[in-house]
Design a protein around this ligand. Structure first.
Ligand code: F0G
Length: 468
């Protein structure tokens, strides 16, 4: 059993957290309609809802906030950020945005029209939504290895290059951009290899399709490459990241992940004409092109965060911590997505609760149980989030897996916090056979998981049916 890595930092400021008494947690759940998005953060003990915007900043970043230059145009922090991003990516034109989806909105509003296609290893939800919002169609072409939840393939985040080539051949001129998401969040925070980026890039070039990286977790991706890809083994993470960026025409970045900040993002591109068009739109939607919807101090924090995130001691700790939690949960009985991803552990709730059908949301059963047992907040990534009704047959369509994501904020929780999470899971595992599912009482037409209200179904009905 691998040990929890020693944190390569010590704690200088603390934020108190408290576990509410069990009765209060029950009340909070009832008030929230059993939807953890409706629970106040202060009523959560360990918050694993997302790794986005939840990082702890370093002393250098906090110091950087005081160096914020709040001039409207040309603040010094922009030039710091520009230099860091140019150095990291090689892309000369750097355009700040307030977060990742603002970057998506700007770029897609310039590139896409009704009827166009975007291809990707997998679009993250907001990316998909921004493509659809333009009347275009997002096409996911993930590597087939990601279908095998427990299979230990090193690069489940790859794009399926054979299908990419076929799709581009069959839709000449209709695919306006290829987006490679690194790491591939939606398939479990899995990395994409240098070899795959090279091949995908060559295919895109041949078909004159621009290639952009969704680089939210580029450093975690480069770390995995340094550990798993023979030809890249042992190369510095920064060099690997640069090798990958060199295959593209630009990137979109939510700095709320590997920027190690609470807010921020940017677009970086090679083409000066495209950059000029983005800046024209930016000033309408986000702000002048040297601040893009952020304060000068925020830009400074992003610049410092990007300088810190490729540190190998940090990345070894980061990946080691997430893997450690995955292994502890597996020891406690969980079936998890393997290999453990860069930012989160994904538990297969369908395997945990075979008695609960997808239409009764086994993932939500686990997410609610983690809050009820231990005040832990996670997110269901299964039929509640992605279930649909077939417009023709009116039959429900369920996603292939019923997962729960335990996303780990960066530099925030210690070994004992995560040990507590594993212990809580063990208690839930012991009672798994008597667990029941949920029915939806209220849902909105889009992104229903954010606002749905749910009712608990009587426990054990299916288990009893199964046994008789
Ligand atoms: N791209 C990826 C791969 C993401 O994971 C996210 C956000 C975004 C883009 C959008 O960035 O939030 O700054 O607008 N992911 C968060 C998550 C919300 O919980 O996985 P944003």
């Amino acid at each position: 059993m691998t040990r929890h890595p020693v944190e390569p930092f010590r704690i200088k400021a603390i934020e108190p957290i408290a576990l509410l008494p069990r009765r209060d947690r029950e009340h909070k759940l009832a008030d929230a309609g059993c939807n953890l998005f409706n629970i106040r953060a202060e009523d959560v003990f360990i918050d694993l809802l997302t790794d986005s915007g939840t990082s702890a900043m370093s002393e250098r970043q906090w110091g950087g906030l005081m160096r914020g230059d709040e001039s409207y145009a040309g603040c010094r922090n922009f030039f710091h950020l520009e230099e860091v991003v140019r150095n990291l990516t090689g892309y000369q034109h750097v355009i700040p945005t307030h977060q990742g989806r603002a970057a998506e909105h700007l770029v897609f509003s310039l590139l896409l029209e009704k009827g166009d296609f975007v291809v990707s290893n997998t679009h993250f939800d907001t990316t998909r939504a921004n493509v659809l919002y333009r009347g275009a169609t997002p096409v996911d072409l993930p590597d087939p290895s990601c279908d095998d939840v427990a299979g230990e393939y090193p690069f489940k985040g790859d794009i399926d290059c054979a299908r990419l080539e076929t799709f581009l051949d069959e839709h000449p001129g209709r695919v306006k951009v290829c987006v490679l998401t690194i790491t591939n969040n939606s398939v479990g925070g899995q990395p994409l290899s240098v070899a795959n980026a090279r091949t995908a890039s060559a295919i895109c070039r041949k078909h004159h399709v621009p290639l952009l990286f969704d680089a939210a977790r580029f450093a975690e991706n480069a770390w995995f490459v340094s550990q798993r890809e023979e030809s890249q083994r042992g190369r510095p993470v920064k060099e690997i990241a640069r090798t990958i960026f060199d295959f593209g025409d630009g990137c979109l970045m939510s700095a709320k992940k590997d920027g190690l900040v609470n807010i921020g993002g940017f677009i970086a591109v090679k083409d000066p004409e495209f950059a000029a068009r983005i800046k024209e739109a930016l000033v309408i939607f986000e702000g002048f092109h040297t601040y893009g919807g952020l304060a000068g101090r925020d830009l400074e924090a992003v610049a410092c965060g990007l300088e810190e995130v490729t540190n190998p001691d940090y990345l070894a700790y980061r990946a080691g911590q997430v893997e450690w939690l995955g292994n502890r949960l597996a020891e406690a009985g969980a079936t998890i997505v393997r290999p453990v991803g860069g930012h989160a552990v994904f538990i297969d709730a369908g395997a945990l609760y075979p008695q609960i059908p997808p239409g009764e949301f086994p993932g939500q059963t686990l997410a609610v149980a983690l809050y009820r047992e231990g005040g832990i907040r996670t997110v269901e990534i299964g039929s509640l989030m992605f279930g649909e009704i077939d417009p023709e047959t009116h039959e429900p369509i369920y996603p292939p897996h019923e997962l729960v994501r335990l996303a780990i904020p960066r530099r925030v929780y210690t070994e004992s916090h995560l040990e507590y999470v594993a212990r809580t899971f063990a208690a839930i595992f012991a009672k798994r056979e008597s667990a029941g599912g949920f029915a939806i009482e209220y849902q909105s037409p889009f992104l229903r998981h954010f606002t749905a209200r749910l009712r608990e179904l009587p426990a054990n009905t299916h288990a009893r049916v199964a046994r008789t």
